[in-house]
Design a binder for this molecule. Structure first.
Ligand SMILES: CSCCC(=O)C(=O)COP(=O)(O)O
Ligand SMILES: [Mg+2]
Length: 228
């Protein structure tokens, strides 16, 4: 695929730059183990109290006890729900893990070299993930390929909208201040690619081990198959 019309690339993380197993077998269990004590110890800290209140709003119960909030968060982790306050709290807990060296952000070996090439060629690079912006910066900042954060011009999470809704991609395009067709979205999830396409973006499906099979979107198995 050769496409010089692309001026910016927006990439998903899980299943696109990063093995799904790293997210589901390392990050999610880490949050599941650490979150209860983290919340009990820091529930009064303003930034954390704000997220606890946001969880109560999502639960529709402004008086929910801290233990009920913790139980709800653990249920959301088990069922992989992309709820914004859960994602914010996961990012805070993962920060400890990255800083302590408990794990590094996984990137497929084809990702970092190609991101560097695109950056050198003048393409603007962005991330859009359900993980919070903090979690995204941690994953790329403490990655097994070193600190890749200087490559990125910006990050988007569920504050801009949900990844299966075209309106989220319309807002991203507005923030990038580019025509939608000059922006390429990379993801392994067809529903996300459909939403980006609906917003006028170009799309490319990454078909990695354990991700969805190829569909009506153009598809590649590695970043180094993409020629821009
Ligand atoms: C930012 S790393 C953690 C990813 C995450 O929490 C998640 O839910 C995966 O979301 P994605 O949109 O990257 O599939
Ligand atoms: Mg994905």
């Amino acid at each position: 695929m050769s496409n010089p019309t692309v001026r910016a690339i927006v990439t998903d993380i899980e299943g696109t730059t990063t093995d799904i197993n790293f997210v589901h077998k390392v990050l999610f269990p880490y949050a599941q183990n650490k979150l209860p004590e983290f919340l009990r110890a820091k529930a009064e800290t303003p930034a954390i109290a704000e997220q606890i209140d946001a969880v109560r709003r999502e639960m529709g119960d402004p008086d929910a006890t801290l233990e009920a909030v913790i139980a709800e968060l653990l249920h959301w982790i088990e069922t992989d729900q992309k709820v914004t306050p859960l994602k914010a709290l996961q990012g805070m807990v993962w920060a400890d893990g990255y800083l302590r060296g408990d794990f590094k952000g996984h990137l497929y070996s084809d990702v970092a070299p190609v991101l560097r090439q695109w950056k050198e060629a003048g393409k603007a690079l962005y991330v859009y993930s359900s993980g919070s912006v903090q979690a995204q910066k941690l994953l790329f900042g403490y990655s097994d390929e070193g600190d890749l954060t200087p490559l990125f011009s910006g990050y988007f999470d569920t504050h801009i909208g949900h990844k299966r809704e075209a309106s989220a991609y319309q807002r991203i395009v507005a923030e990038l201040d580019l025509p939608a067709h000059a922006v390429l979205f990379l993801s392994d999830v067809v529903e996300e690619l459909d939403a980006a396409k609906q917003a006028g973006m170009q799309t490319l499906q990454l078909v990695r081990e354990g991700t969805q099979a190829g569909t009506h979107h153009a598809c590649v198995t590695r970043f180094d198959e993409i020629v821009l």
